[in-house]
Write a protein that binds this ligand. Structure first.
Ligand code: NAP
Length: 257
């Protein structure tokens, strides 16, 4: 019999959030901690990570900051060992770290830009699933949440590498959900629309592009960081016990039109 009071309870769980130092990752890390999880955050900047772990600790939850680049096999292996040394287990993995330094059409996209975006946004998810997700296998339970984008669902203009990376994340999510369902590990994605963070500050503030983007959103506004964590808490929690291989669109209705 379901205990409805504990549907979103994450006490006793250990979460790892990549790119947890700011933006969407930070909002998710703090929300998972507020629901009771111990949370490890990684990223390339020690200062922002320390700020998040200080905040979570003040909230009364356990937190760990690990400087690690998702583009590095060695650093992700070290992340796994550091988290397991401190907490002994990994239950929730949020693959959030991502970049999009490049808005340009295909003919102005260099091979270096293509490889950089794919290496962080797609191969980074692969790396973290292989190293951190695999640590869930012996315990036969876990939830992986891959942060995707509407760019993984529709063809946004001048974003070929980013769209390809997020399309890859969508398919990685479905295929891995299939592989690991028999091991008790759920794998889902969240596809956000335009959320106001450092990543989108330039386009959102642009007088023409910002207005054009806004006109595509039925809810008539960009997302903010309060709109972000509910989907992640749901997918991490017992409330989503029968949900796997899904991509949850959190986009103000953009892709419904
Ligand atoms: P953001 O504010 O730029 O934050 C990105 C985070 O990722 C930072 O914490 C950054 O920390 C970390 N990061 C970047 N490269 C990394 C690397 N190689 N290794 C480890 N950490 C790395 O971006 P955001 O808007 O929060 O985006 C977070 C995720 O949501 C991304 O995957 C993005 O594609 C996705 N998303 C965002 C939106 C949006 O509208 N904002 C929409 C759809 C999807 P360091 O720089 O310190 O490493």
């Amino acid at each position: 019999m379901t205990n409805h009071a504990t549907l979103f309870d994450l006490r006793g769980k250990v979460a790892v959030v990549t790119g947890g130092g700011r933006g969407i990752g930070r909002a998710i890390a703090q929300a998972l901690a507020a629901h009771g999880a111990a949370v490890a955050v990684c990223g390339r900047t020690a200062g922002t990570l320390a700020d998040v772990t200080d905040t979570i600790t003040i909230q009364g939850a356990q937190a760990l900051a690990v400087t690690a680049d998702v583009a590095s096999d060695d650093e992700i292996r070290r992340l796994r060992e550091t988290v397991l040394d401190r907490f002994g287990q990994i239950d929730i993995l949020v693959n959030n770290a991502g970049i999009d330094p490049h808005y340009a059409s295909m003919e102005h996209t260099t091979a270096a830009e293509w490889h950089q975006i794919l290496d962080v946004n797609l191969s980074g998810v692969y790396r973290c699933c292989r190293e951190l997700g695999a640590a869930m296998l012996p315990r036969r339970q876990g939830a992986i949440i891959n942060i995707s984008s509407i760019a993984g669902h529709i063809g946004l203009k001048r974003q070929v590498p980013y769209a390809a990376s997020k399309g890859g994340v969508e398919q990685l999510t479905r295929a891995l959900a299939h592989d690991w369902a028999e091991h008790g590990i759920r794998v889902n994605a969240i596809a956000y629309g335009f959320v106001q963070t450092d990543l989108t500050a330039g386009v959102v503030a642009h007088p023409h592009i910002g207005a054009k983007l806004l006109s595509r959103i039925p809810m008539g506004r960009f997302g903010n960081l309060d709109d972000v964590p509910g989907a992640a808490v749901f997918l991490a929690s017992p409330a989503a016990a029968y949900v796997t291989g899904h991509s949850l669109l959190v986009d103000g209705g953009w892709t419904a039109t």
